[in-house]
Design a protein around this ligand. Sequence first.
Ligand code: NAD
Ligand SMILES: O=C(O)C(=O)C[C@@H](O)[C@H](O)[C@H](O)COP(=O)(O)O
Ligand code: ZN
Length: 374
Amino acid sequence: MSDRSRIDRLSVDLGQRSYEILIGRGLIAEAGKLMLPLLKQKRVIAITDSNVAPHHLEGLERSVRAAGIAIDSIVLEAGEQTKSFTGLEGLLNQLLEIGIERRTTLVALGGGVIGDLTGFAAAIALRGIDFVQIPTTLLAQVDSSVGGKTGIDTPQGKNLVGAFHQPRLVLADTATLDTLPRRQMLAGYAEVAKYGLINDPQFFSWLESNGVDVIERADGPLRHAVLESCRNKARVVAADEREQDARALLNLGHTFGHALEAECGYSDELLHGEAVAIGMVMAFDLSAQLGLCTLEDAARVQRHLASVGLPTSPTWIDGREWSAERLIRHMGRDKKVQDGRIAFVLAKGIGQAFFPAHAALEEISALLETAIAA
Ligand SMILES: NC(=O)c1ccc[n+]([C@@H]2O[C@H](COP(=O)([O-])OP(=O)(O)OC[C@H]3O[C@@H](n4cnc5c(N)ncnc54)[C@H](O)[C@@H]3O)[C@@H](O)[C@H]2O)c1
Ligand SMILES: O=C(O)C(=O)C[C@@H](O)[C@H](O)[C@H](O)COP(=O)(O)O
Ligand SMILES: [Zn+2]
């Protein structure tokens, strides 16, 4: 690593399951040395995807071998559809064929798809082995690599099968974002903005002035956004690891967003971050409709997300027919449902999200009908 690229360190405080998040430019070159003290065996298996491998796998393998660690690599097909029963079966088969032991560590090198899938495989292979996260998308660096939510999508809904399984270490190399397509940067930005909207109004105001620079990958703003997002997430996860309470706030926009994703069949038509952007606008619109926040708050959320180039309405997808009824059916399978009632994260203003909030079915239908007709 060059001198100018210092390492920022945060910790996720979870007692015996505590771990560090390291953020820096060029960290992959140090990955072997950094993970060595945590390994139970000088052997790892890297799992990555077909888009990430050509850019970043060789660098990881080199740094791991230089630290005296043996490495095998598995390259999966890129895309959300790999985060499925079929993808999981394929990965587990490859791991068992290559041969893993209880002391082997898996290394997830990729975005949220690779992180969630590898983490879940690590949670269940041999009844649980260690894994390390090396996130390579903005979304994964600010959100999915931290907190131990692992799992797969099913036709019934997002992440309906999974486990809480914390990584041993998170290495966020911001240089990997140099090769990330712009659409993916934008999608990750939705989860960055989410932290401001939940409980950090100053951060949201900062994003209103600096969001474009974050998306353009300007060094300082990008580093600040990743660091603040991870700080925020680490605090929430440490307070409520298994989402009994406050962690549900991290689901702002997701009740709507996950339903939109499921309707699109987890295809490239709508990325997770894009769905979350639309979902957050809908959550603020519902909050305004219920008189919880002002119309201006809701308009401000919509304005900012639209101004950076994110979608803010389901009608963003050309030619797709939406059905409020089908979306409500998906929302009814959300993991936050309580006694059969959909429980939302809503907001009393920017940075004032709360959970649980309920709305009458007619209110939800009215909101969806307006959103899909707009
Ligand atoms: N576990 C959690 O807490 C959590 C949080 C947020 C989202 N998620 C999940 O994360 C998933 C979305 O993650 P994502 O947005 O990272 O998607 P992704 O993993 O599909 O990555 C996006 C795309 O970018 C490519 N890519 C990744 N890194 C690259 C790089 N450095 N250079 C070039 N291409 C690169 C990938 O191959 C893929 O095509 C969803 O399944 C979502 O549900 C989980
Ligand atoms: O870490 C969390 O907690 C989150 O909710 C983060 C979300 O951004 C993420 O999309 C998560 O996978 C959603 O979890 P789920 O429990 O709604 O499936
Ligand atoms: Zn999310």
